[in-house]
Design a protein. Structure first.
Lengths: 221, 816
């Protein structure tokens, strides 16, 4: 599905070059559920952002669904991730001013999908996550677990092929966290490719493969 | 403490230099404007206040009422009033007549003619004949001579030092005593005293610079039947005497002498007084001195208050916009023990420092503004300096502005939730409800700007209409040349205008020449004529234009019936306009031909109507078209009307040719011509000033509103960083985000447009009432104004919107 070869990312601070990613090679196949682990500052989130095309890298090649990402223009790149990638964040990042329904609908607005179709898709999603009753509430009126549920629903609404999750359970209590991870497991079984960043061995265990990151370098393969 | 406060404040302001700059710019521009306006108002209200005992000095004025109930006021009085006040009735401690006399020129011992010029135009020298009491009512310092002997002989003259400098530039006041001045080469006077002219604003030092004694025969004048604006009287009642009682006596005397006339002509006239404090605001009762208009001063004051309010709103907007960024500092200060009161004081002190800096900078803007608007400022303003007033105004301004604009941000700052701040939840520090207040303020700012924008569009359109409207005759390529009065009245030049006209008629470079009064200018000459038909009579006031026989052709008046008048040495045949046909009830233009208008009452003159022309404007679009007749006599006035050739590049040589002929006839007399368009412009001088002022106010209002909007856009972009980041990750394009942010602000502008339009419509409708001929206020004017505001707003917010839209979402979404 995607292929990273010799990816380097660095920042220059006062004459020193600090490497965030160092010579990262990674191949992800369709249907995999990968957990990225490592201590704080090891580059987990950076790697996830690079995969999600939110962040640039300085050297290396990145092929996503046979498209060479490193040669694409900004516009083509955003068209690519808009269509194939969904994001889930630790802090949910729901839009406070929008209701649950509107939050889930937002990605579709940016893909020029017709109103009636949007309605159907959002209704499906609300149904699937059992949050029909909460569709008119605002994020502030929900518990953390429910907010993250909405966040996942929003990530899935545009039917992505790849789900990227940055510590999806980081702000949740253990019971809520477990529910979310079980949901991820089910999604994976349905065929969704998932890459998650996590601190917890327990969460990593839901995945099919774990990648250890230290100082921007992949320790195990 | 203060030192550390100032240092942190300086750093704070420097760190947020963009806001600081916007704040100080807005404040200092508005402070400059209000400072200039304050100076004007203060100056105008200071007139005559420094004359000792000013509160007890009154000018006697006359009022009249016609049989139809219309009333009028007049500055002149009948001369016997002086004698009545002085000798016949008690109560007046001082009675001072000011009877003005005029001479064309004068010469001092040097034998060189000294003339007087006002705005480049030659005017007569003005002398005031008065009594020695003048210098008791209006005390002056005598630089030489004394009050006892100053005006005790008919050939004496007292000069102010201003006039003395003109006549005897190199002599001291003492040396001038006894020197002679010869007026119009015939009247010789000896200087008896030199007094210091007043160095404070007053109503007299323009007019009264050469004083001559009032003649015995003038004091003894018994003619109650008329009054002249050249004869003014001032009184100072004795202590305890009531001015109204004195005037009752004067009116009794007046009625005794005039009762018969009043009854016969069914009108009456009586005397009243205006106090010296009012004099500067009473244009009706002025002599030559400029007066001020309280309404204009009031309007300016309101403008100043509004602009200051805009600046305060701006400050509130911009400083609350910074609060989220400052929340951490505020929270930490609070945990370190700062009380709420201390916090509030700190913020108000900050505002005060910023305001003070703005005041300093406003001096620069004021200097520029004074230059830009020199023609608005009353003459003498720049020499007038009221230091106490200035300091009080500036301190008051700093205090008021600081409190108005500092209190709200300070209160907000005091309310900052420390716990949230320290937890790092900055977004929740300044809640969302405050947003609507800020939006309200922006709407208010744009509302004011919008009213100004609509106003300037409508004023512009009306003035264009006024200038372009067809006046009913062809004014294109016309110039007019006036022969000065002292030339036409000089026997040496008698009839020379005919010579000049004949010479000019032969010039092939000119398209036409006629002698006659301009069809439209701000002079007026008329008479009441009557049309008798059997037993009926219809009477009307009719304007009269005297012209030669080339006049109608030259101006291309549209002849509806009849013919041009025949050459005639005295006024006889007349051509009238449609309005006159209507006013006398003559029916159609054809029916009017051959009818005769007769001078009312005396029936001494009869004017047969030989032609009717289409209506034309006599006084511009502010006045209705009046009944008018055009007739001829041998010397048809003192104005040459000349049409220039069609090719613009030949105008210069054509005008040169006219001047050459002029110099042949009037050797040495300055040649001055006026384009007809400039004559028309004169009608609208006041409106053009209004236009300039409104344009300036519009620019400032727009500038200030944009500063506020920019601040709000910055804040919004900041507060919505996270949301924008999320939207971008979800696939929003830069265009999507920019549109999202801009639409929000455009809707604010739209709201202000909706509120402002009816207000502007109402105000401008009122303004247009001054014009008899006026444009209709049309929807597109509001649309253009709205588009302009929208465009300006869009440009203002787009910078912030685009910046927010292209920001990297990864930065926005970092959770920790």
């Amino acid at each position: 599905m995607l292929d990273l070869k010799g990816i380097y990312k660095w920042v220059n601070t006062g004459g020193n070059r600090v490497y965030l990613l160092k010579d990262v090679d990674l191949t992800v196949n369709r249907g995999e559920f990968i957990s990225i682990m490592g201590p704080s500052g090891s580059g987990k989130s950076t790697l996830l952002n690079v995969i999600g095309m939110l962040d640039d890298f300085n050297e290396g090649e990145y092929t996503f669904l046979n498209e060479p990402v490193h040669t694409l223009k900004e516009k083509q790149r955003s068209a690519l991730y808009r269509q194939y990638i969904g994001f889930v964040f630790q802090a949910y990042h729901l839009i406070d001013e929008l209701t649950v329904y509107e939050n889930i609908e937002t990605p579709l607005l940016y893909q020029d999908i017709k109103g009636s179709e949007r309605k159907a898709l959002v209704a499906d999603m609300l149904d699937r996550f059992n949050i029909v009753g909460k569709k008119d509430l605002f994020p502030a009126q929900l518990s953390g677990g429910q907010q993250q549920l909405v966040g996942i629903a929003r990530a899935l609404i545009a039917k992505p092929r790849l789900l990227l999750a940055d510590e999806p359970t980081g702000n949740l209590n253990s019971k809520q966290g477990e529910e979310i991870m079980e949901l991820f497991g089910r999604l994976n079984q349905e065929g969704m490719t998932i890459i998650q960043v996590t601190h917890s061995e327990k969460n990593a265990a839901y995945g099919s493969r774990t990648i250890e990151l230290l100082d921007g370098r992949i320790e195990n393969k | 403490m203060i030192r550390s406060f100032l240092i942190t404040l300086a750093r704070q302001l420097w760190r947020n230099r963009l806001y600081t700059f916007l704040n100080i710019l807005g404040l200092s521009v508005c402070i400059s404007v209000s400072w200039i306006i304050f100076r004007m108002v203060d100056y105008e209200y200071s007139f005559d206040k420094k004359i000792p005992g000013a509160d007890r000095i009154y000018q006697v004025i006359s009022k009249s009422e016609d049989s139809d109930g219309s009333t009028g006021g007049f500055s002149g009085v009948s001369r016997p009033v002086v004698n009545v006040l002085k000798n016949e009735i008690p109560g007046a401690e001082l009675t001072v007549p000011m009877f003005y006399k005029y001479h064309h020129h004068a010469s001092a011992d040097r034998n060189e003619q000294i003339r007087r010029y006002v705005n480049g135009e030659e005017v007569d020298r003005q002398l005031v004949s008065t009594l020695p009491d003048y210098f008791r009512m209006f005390p002056h310092t005598f630089l030489s001579g004394d009050i006892k002997n100053a005006l005790d002989a008919p050939d004496k003259v007292v000069l102010t030092d201003k006039a003395a400098k003109e006549y005897f530039p190199s002599l001291s006041p003492a040396e001038i005593i006894g020197k002679t001045i010869t007026y119009d080469d015939s009247v010789v006077r000896r200087v008896s005293a030199v007094v210091a002219a007043y160095d404070f604003p007053n109503s007299f030092s323009e007019d009264n610079n050469e004083f001559i004694p009032l003649g015995k025969e003038e004091l003894a004048d018994g003619f109650w039947g008329g009054m002249s604006s050249h004869d003014l009287v001032f009184i100072k009642p004795a202590p305890g005497a009531e001015v109204s009682k004195i005037m009752d006596q004067v009116n009794k005397a007046n009625l005794e002498h005039n009762r018969e006339t009043y009854e016969k002509y069914k009108y009456k006239s009586w005397y009243e007084v205006i106090s010296l404090a009012e004099k500067h605001f009473e244009p009706q009762y002025q002599a030559q001195t400029r007066t001020a208009d309280k309404k204009v001063l009031g309007g300016l004051t309101i403008t100043a208050v509004f602009l200051l309010l805009l600046a305060c709103i701006n400050y509130i907007n911009l400083s609350t916009a910074q609060l989220p960024q400052r929340a951490r500092e505020i929270g930490i200060r609070k945990t370190l023990g700062s009380s709420r009161g201390g916090m509030i004081l700190r913020f108000i002190a900050e505002t005060m420092v910023v305001t003070s800096v703005s005041v300093l900078i406003s001096f620069g803007f004021t200097a520029i503004g004074v230059r830009m608007f020199a023609d608005f400022l009353p003459p003498g303003l720049l020499d007038y300096m009221n230091y106490a007033g200035f300091i009080a105004f500036m301190l008051g301004l700093i205090l008021v502005v600081s409190v108005i604009s500092g209190v709200y941000p300070a209160w907000l700052a005091a309310k900052v939730n420390t716990v949230n701040v320290l937890k790092g939840v900055t977004e929740k520090v300044v809640g969302r409800d405050r947003f609507s207040l800020r939006k309200g303020l922006i709407v208010f700012q744009f509302l004011i700007a919008q009213v100004f924008i609509i106003g300037s569009i409508i004023i512009h359109e009306q003035l264009r209409y006024a200038m372009d409207k067809n006046p009913g005759f062809n004014k294109e390529r016309m110039i007019t040349v006036d022969v000065p009065y002292h030339i036409t009245s000089n026997p040496v030049y008698k009839d020379k205008i005919l010579v000049l006209k004949n010479e000019l008629s032969r010039q092939t470079s000119l398209e036409g020449v006629a002698v006659g009064s301009r069809p439209m200018d701000n002079t007026m000459w008329g008479n009441v004529l009557t049309y008798y038909k059997d037993t009926l009579e219809s009477q009307s006031m009719i304007h009269m234009k005297i012209a030669d026989t080339d006049y109608l052709d030259l101006y291309e008046f549209k002849l509806l019936a009849g013919r041009n008048f025949m050459p005639s040495d005295t006024m006889n045949e007349i051509v009238i306009n449609e309005k006159a046909v209507e006013a006398y009830g003559l029916g159609s233009p054809e029916e009017a031909l051959g009818k005769i208008l007769v001078s009312t009452g005396t029936k001494s003159k009869a004017y047969p109507i030989v032609g009717v022309v289409a209506d034309f404007h006599q006084f511009g679009v502010k006045s209705a078209i009046s009944p008018t007749l055009i007739t001829t006599k041998r010397i048809a006035g003192s104005t040459l009307n000349i049409r220039l050739p069609e090719q613009v590049n030949q105008w210069n040589s054509a005008i040169k040719a006219v001047e050459k002929e002029w110099q042949k006839v009037y050797a040495g007399v300055p040649f001055k011509y006026t384009f007809y368009d400039d004559t028309i412009k004169k009608f609208y001088e006041e409106e053009q000033r209004t236009q300039k002022l409104v344009t300036a106010a519009t620019s400032i209002a727009i500038l200030i509103s944009c500063l506020g909007l920019f601040g709000l856009a910055t804040l919004t972009a900041f507060n919505r960083t996270k949301e924008i980041g999320v939207r971008k990750v979800l696939g929003a394009s830069v265009f999507n985000i920019t549109r999202l942010l801009s639409t929000e602000f455009l809707s604010l502008v739209l709201v202000s447009v909706l509120i402002a339009s009816p207000i502007a419509w109402w105000m401008m409708n009122k303004w247009l009432q001054d014009f008899v001929f006026r444009i209709d206020i049309e929807w597109w004017m509001f649309v253009i104004a709205a588009l302009a505001a929208a465009l300006i707003a869009l440009l203002t917010v787009s910078y912030q919107a685009i910046r927010a839209a292209i920001a990297n979402p990864v930065k926005a979404l970092r959770s920790e």
